[in-house]
Design a protein around this ligand. Structure first.
Ligand code: SAT
Ligand code: MN
Length: 625
């Protein structure tokens, strides 16, 4: 309920303010909003206050229109089916815009297509955006969302303001970030990241709206202006394309801010492990999208006496404090996790996080008003009717997938039963180790430890993984995904590697760096490692290394590997340790040369010489291995 006189009196240009008080916004925000209004021509302006009533109002509207369906089995859970043409991040239409091309992307070898970010010139971008944004919100409400990445007011946090014409996006932003008037207070005259998002579907619509999900797949374009700390995203309402606080701000723009200010914005979970002796360690881990970060962050340990707590499942902002300790925060406030595969066995803590107040996008629905996806077969009533993510009847054994492989749950992090009591600590938590990983069916052992910080940076630069459904890529090919940041780089990847190398200082306690691979298979294609809760056995070894146990590791050309018998395998049968930890000489010779070629092709003269030197040493070591 808003005051009637405001509707009548307050206008920005010709556009009425439907909710909120425009005059009380910080000056820079007013200028920004006025510019967006003039450009996008919405029918009204809705200044969000983050309140519960506001959420109810938005949910009501979305239910009425049919974008959301209530999942009656739970309290305040909703299902959303998107246009099937808008289901994942669109990497091919994602650009970084800077005056100088090589601020954004490395010197790629002639004739090779760069994969570490795509640059567009300011001139070309202007032409593209001028074809899209003018009048793009006609007939739609423009929501103004003040949000904080990280606890509101924390010295490690940053503020953004997103305008969007999607109330689904507003609803998700409320879960994924911290939205509310307190943000205006903290912001004051300060600067903020400007986030402009439109579905690209002005009314009257030109394109048939499918599933009550307006979007414009043919014209999707996601542009980042790191120099202006600005993001403009058009045409998609899904995930990383539209929740601009997430990958666009917290990774692409923040990595540039981090470079300038001497910290790190990374695609990493943060978790704590408390050992049976009661010692707690915080770990940060980077895996490509849809490789099990959420599962690891909320691991349910199979070994007795261990306790896991979750700080974040996707993004870490980390900074060395004045004592030289690396401190990390989770800039997000919610989980946007992959649904398929999640069940009470693989990730009970995630399951318990989304029993209420959550949104499920592109999952299937059971006849009793529950969610369903691949992996929940044993957790739904036998024989119950199922409607798939496209709205068609579905039954077990049906060749089609019930849920889209990139279907997601959006849940408040505070609802996670093992959320760490310090997850909102403005100081962040001290990071003991950084872990890289990917889906590597052959050659790569379960775990190894880098020989030094620089060697760990090289290890991160060589991360590869099987493609997943998180973006538009097809098939199961192995893709390079250095530092798990390939789709999220905000600046020249060579400069980024140099930034990592430069973080090492004698006064700093550099975290140890590890690489893990839960996905190695045997000759028959069977996984060699059970994964999930059993991964605690690997974390246990990692922690003992962090505590300085030198008796459990032996040096190899790729780093330190566990000595035989030093990973606790008690209670597990038929683990083929030999195969799980083998370092096939020819595989690694090829792999090392391939990694070098990758850097030569993709990063060229921007590659820090130290990284090449370490790879040369590795190659030489394997040739004698
Ligand atoms: O769509 S998102 O980018 O938010 C999810 C992911 O790919 O990790
Ligand atoms: Mn991610």
């Amino acid at each position: 309920v808003y005051e009637v006189h405001e509707i009548v009196v307050q206008k920005v240009g010709h556009v009425p303010v439907a909710k909120g008080d425009f005059n009380h916004l910080p000056k820079k925000v007013k200028t920004f909003v006025a510019h967006c209004v003039q450009l996008c021509q919405p029918r009204g302006i809705f200044i969000c206050d983050g309140s519960q009533e506001e959420a109810e109002e938005i949910i009501h509207k979305l239910l009425e229109r049919g974008t959301l369906t209530r999942l009656t089995k739970y309290k305040n859970n909703y299902l959303c089916r998107t246009d099937p043409a808008d289901v994942a991040r669109v990497e091919s239409k994602t650009f970084i815009v800077t005056k100088n091309k090589y601020d954004s992307v490395p010197h790629v070898r002639e004739g090779v297509t760069g994969i570490l970010g795509a640059w567009m010139s300011p001139e070309d971008t202007k032409v593209e955006l001028d074809h899209r944004f003018p009048g793009c919100m006609a007939g739609r409400m423009m929501y103004i969302i003040p949000f904080s990445m990280g606890p509101v007011g924390s010295p490690l946090s940053k503020i953004g303001v997103q305008v969007t014409d999607s109330n689904y996006v507003l609803l998700c932003m409320r879960t994924m970030t911290r939205v509310g008037p307190k943000v205006w207070e903290v912001l004051g005259d300060g600067s903020f990241v400007k986030c402009v998002h439109s579905l690209g579907c002005p009314r009257p619509v030109q394109r048939r709206v499918i599933n009550h999900w307006p979007c414009n797949p043919e014209k999707v374009m996601i542009t980042h202006f790191p120099e202006e700390r600005k993001i403009k995203s058009f045409g998609s309402g899904y995930g990383g394309n539209s929740l601009l606080g997430k990958k666009c701000f917290a990774l692409r723009i923040a990595s540039v801010i981090a470079r300038d200010e001497g910290w790190m914005a990374e695609h990493m979970l943060i978790m704590s492990v408390t050992t049976p002796e009661g010692k707690e360690h915080f770990l940060a881990a980077a895996f490509p999208s849809a490789c099990g970060k959420t599962n690891l962050a909320m691991l349910n340990p199979s070994l007795p006496g261990f306790k896991i707590q979750c700080v974040g499942d996707d993004i870490a902002w980390m900074r060395f404090d004045d004592k030289g300790v690396l401190r990390g925060i989770n800039p997000e406030a919610g989980f946007f996790g992959v649904a398929p595969g999640t069940n009470m066995k693989t990730n009970p803590n995630a399951m318990l996080s989304f029993q209420c107040n959550s949104i499920f996008t592109n999952v299937a629905e059971t006849a009793d008003g529950g969610y369903f996806w691949e992996g929940l077969e044993d957790e739904i009533p036998k024989g119950i009717g199922i409607i798939d993510w496209l709205g068609n009847p579905w039954h077990p054994g049906c060749p089609r997938k019930a849920a889209h492989p990139n279907s997601r749950f959006t849940a408040p992090a505070s609802q996670c039963p093992i959320i760490h009591p310090k997850w909102e600590d403005p100081e962040g938590v001290p990071i003991s180790a950084i872990i890289f990983g990917g889906r590597r069916p052959v050659g790569v052992p379960l775990v190894f430890e880098a020989k030094s910080w620089a060697h760990g940076v090289m290890t991160g630069a060589c991360v590869k993984s099987e493609a997943t459904a998180a973006a538009e890529h097809q098939g199961k090919n192995i893709m390079h995904d250095p530092m798990a940041m390939r789709p999220f780089m905000g600046y020249n990847f060579g400069h980024y590697l140099q930034h990592w190398l430069d973080l090492e200082k004698p006064t700093r306690k550099m975290p140890k760096i590890f690489h893990v691979n839960w996905f190695r298979v045997d000759q028959k294609g069977k996984f060699l490692w059970p994964g999930y809760g059993e991964n605690i056995r690997v974390l246990d070894w990692i922690i003992r290394r962090c505590e300085g146990d030198s008796s459990i590791a032996e040096e190899t050309p790729i780093g330190y590997l566990p000595k035989k018998g030093t990973i606790d395998l008690s209670g597990l049968d038929s683990i083929n340790e030999e195969e799980l930890f083998s370092l096939p000489k020819h595989y690694w010779l090829d792999d090392t040369r391939e990694s070098k070629r990758f850097l030569e092709d993709q990063v060229g003269i921007d590659t820090p010489p130290q990284i090449i030197k370490l790879l040369n040493e590795q190659e030489e070591a394997f040739s004698k291995y």
